[in-house]
Design a binder for this molecule. Sequence first.
Ligand code: IPE
Ligand code: IPE
Ligand code: MG
Length: 254
Amino acid sequence: MTTIDTLNSEPTALPQHVAIIMDGNGRWAQLQGKGRVVGHKAGVESVRDCVSTAREMGVKALTLFAFSSENWQRPAAEVSVLMDLFMFVLTREVKRLHKNNIRFQVIGDKSRFSTKLQQKITDAEQLTKNNDAMVLSVAANYGGRWDIAQASKKIAQLAVAGEINVSDIDEHMLNNHINLSNLPELDLLIRTGGDFRISNFLLWQAAYAEFYFTDKLWPDFKAESFKQALASFSARERRFGKTGEQVNLSTKKD
Ligand code: IPE
Ligand code: IPE
Ligand code: MG
């Protein structure tokens, strides 16, 4: 069994910020001759497993892709089940998150959700806002392009109001208006379900993330699989544009 402990015991090798594209629910259910919805329900267990494992391992931020801005194009019945499930899970799990000192937030365009769901989200965010063991961000009605566009819009408003000059606009400013900028940089991006794509997830934030793709379908991705992804991360050499020699030299100096 490979765990993060067996591969690398350095605490620095643990990713501070992990994001997951939780894919493969529908196929998981279909493989058992069941409807796609069964897969979404089963996937909730994997969410619980990964949240608690991340928290136990000391990951500082976990960001989960639950519903993309493109997922509205699915059959109305499936969308409606996903919304109900979100509501149900939020109601059931928020106390546990709070007890575990986890801050919860939703990123994405919330305005398209029902008022009831929006209220539930706000309540959960309010309740957990001072927790500091880990930040759990759920991306719902989220798109990476939307995120970059909404940041640009805010900056344009500042420019129009005369609060900034156009010449002040740089990567740093854009970054400050993008979601998750208050968290550690994204270190590890996991995608389950066997596909090799980002599906409009954290386009900006993934600039230097390590990618981890697995064939495992989301409902089969449990604590042990999560630990395997962390172990894989700990064995990577992150060069950030430098040469391997430069990186090795600076790690030796530390
Ligand atoms: C991911 O599983 C969950 C959501 C996108 C909401 P899918 O529903 O995409 O499952 P597959 O990819 O069709 O198997
Ligand atoms: C990505 O999965 C979105 C979520 C996991 C919420 P999709 O199943 O929607 O991705 P594509 O359409 O196959 O790229
Ligand atoms: Mg899918």
